[in-house]
Design a protein around this ligand. Structure first.
Ligand code: IPM
Ligand code: MN
Length: 368
C-alpha cells in the first residue's frame, strides 16, 4: 500500500527540518508493508525564485493529488518589499485555501526534560498540555474587501465569519476535547466585535451536541494573560484565525521553544502538516535548527492521515526519550545544565534510532 506525501521544503530552515522529517518516515516504511512516496515541490520565496510565483501550478496539482502535504516554512526577508499577494506567505495562504483545511491543530505541552527552558517557572508550566484549534480559512486573513486607499493614506481589512464557518471548526474543537480532558475554552472578543458575538452564540449552539464537554468563554486579551500565568487551566482553546495565530506563538512559551511545536491542518481535501516555527532566516543553512517541531508534525501526520496512531505515540515517546537523555539543539541549551549540544541532523538521527527500537519492539511483539 503506498501513501503519497508532497514535501514542500520552502524557505529558510524549511529544507533542513523537512529532511529530518522525511528520514523518520523512511525508517518507518522499513517496518511495514507500506511505502511512503515523496515528491518534492517548490513553494514560497524558493518558488518565486524558481518559477516567479509563490505557489506554482505544478506544486498545487501535486498537493491535491497526494495523501498528505508536509511543509517546512515560507518567508524570506529578500521579498519583504512585495505586496501581500505576491509575497512568499501568499503561497502558503493560497495553498491552505486550495486544500480546504479549516481547522489548524497546534498542541503545546511542557516536556519535563526541558521545562526549565521555559521563561516561566517550572512549577507554573509543569503538567500544562494545551491544544489550540485555530480557524484557518476565514476572518481577517481571507475576507474582503481589503486593500489600500487610492492615495495610500489608509488601508482596510475585513473580519467576516458565517455561522457555517464557525460551526464546522467548533465541531472539530469539541471532538478533540472529547479525546482529551473534555474541556473547551472558546476565545473571542465579544465585548467589541460582532463576529465574536456570532462566534460565541454559534459555539454555545454547537455545545448542545457535546454535553460531556465543559465549555467556557474567554476574551482574547484575558486569554493571552491566563495562557502564561496559569497554562494548566486550559485543555482545548478554540478561536478564530488571527487570535489563533497570535496565541499559538505565545503558547510556545509553555514548551520553551518555538522549534518544538507541530501543527496539523485538517478538514479539507488533503491534510497539511507543518512545524509552527517558520523560516528563521537568521539561522538558515547552519545545520542548527531544531527539527523536533517538524518530527512532531510527522507524528500528527501518522495519527490523523496515515491511520497509524500507535506509531505516532511511539514517535512522540522517541522525542521525549532523546530529550531525557540530555540532547539539545541550540534553542534548548540552558546554562549550567548537563546537556549535549547537537545539530539538526544529529538530533534527527537520535530520534530515528529511538523510534526504530520502539518499532522493533512493537513488531516483534506482534510477531509472537
Ligand atoms: C503561521 C504563520 C502564517 C500565518 C504566515 C507565514 C502566513 O505565521 O502559520 O502561524 O500567519 O498563518
Ligand atoms: Mn504565526
Amino acid at each position: 500500500m503506498s501513501f503519497k506525501i508532497t514535501v514542500l521544503p520552502g524557505d529558510g530552515v524549511g529544507p533542513e527540518v523537512c529532511q529530518e522529517a522525511v528520514r523518520i518516515l523512511r525508517a518507518l516504511s522499513h517496518f511495514y508493508d507500506r511505502e511512503f512516496r515523496f515528491e518534492e515541490h517548490a513553494i514560497g520565496g524558493a518558488a518565486i525564485v524558481s518559477d516567479g510565483n509563490p505557489l506554482p501550478q505544478q506544486t498545487l496539482d501535486a498537493c491535491l493529488a497526494s495523501d498528505a502535504v508536509f511543509l517546512g516554512a515560507v518567508g524570506t526577508p529578500q521579498f519583504d518589499h512585495l505586496p501581500p499577494d505576491r509575497r512568499p506567505e501568499a503561497g502558503l495562504l493560497n495553498l491552505r485555501s486550495a486544500l480546504g483545511g479549516f481547522a489548524n491543530l497546534r498542541p503545546s505541552y511542557s516536556f519535563p526534560a526541558i521545562a526549565d527552558c521555559s521563561p516561566l517557572q517550572r512549577s507554573r508550566v509543569e503538567g500544562a498540555d494545551v491544544l489550540i484549534v485555530r480557524e484557518l480559512l476565514g476572518g481577517l486573513y481571507f475576507s474582503g474587501p481589503r486593500g489600500f486607499g487610492k492615495a495610500g493614506d489608509y488601508a482596510y481589512n475585513t473580519m467576516r465569519y458565517s455561522t457555517d464557518e464557525i460551526e464546522r471548526v467548533a465541531r472539530i474543537g469539541f471532538n478533540q476535547a472529547r479525546q482529551r480532558r473534555k474541556k473547551l475554552t472558546s476565545v473571542d472578543k465579544a465585548n467589541v466585535l460582532e463576529t465574536s458575538q456570532l462566534w460565541r452564540r454559534t459555539v454555545i449552539q454547537v455545545a448542545k451536541d457535546y454535553p460531556d464537554v465543559a465549555l467556557d468563554h474567554m476574551y482574547v486579551d484575558a486569554c493571552a494573560m491566563h495562557l502564561i500565568s496559569n497554562p494548566t487551566r486550559f485543555d482545548v482553546i478554540l478561536t478564530e484565525n488571527l487570535f489563533g495565530d497570535i496565541l499559538s506563538d505565545e503558547a510556545a512559551v509553555i514548551t520553551g521553544s518555538l522549534g518544538m511545536l507541530a501543527s496539523a491542518t485538517i478538514g479539507g481535501k488533503v491534510d497539511l502538516y507543518e512545524p509552527v516555527h517558520g523560516s528563521a532566516p537568521d539561522i538558515a543553512g547552519k545545520g542548527i535548527a531544531n527539527p523536533l517541531g517538524a518530527i512532531a508534525s510527522v507524528a500528527m501526520l501518522l495519527r490523523h492521515s496515515a491511520g497509524m496512531p500507535h506509531e505516532a505515540d511511539d514517535l512522540e515517546a522517541a522525542i521525549r526519550q532523546v530529550l531525557e537523555a540530555g540532547h539539545r539543539t541550540r534553542d534548548l541549551i540552558q546554562q549550567q545544565a548537563a546537556t549535549k549540544a547537537v545539530g539538526s541532523r544529529e538530533m534527527g538521527g537520535l530520534v530515528e534510532q529511538a523510534f526504530v527500537s520502539m518499532l522493533d519492539r512493537r513488531c516483534s511483539y506482534h510477531a509472537v
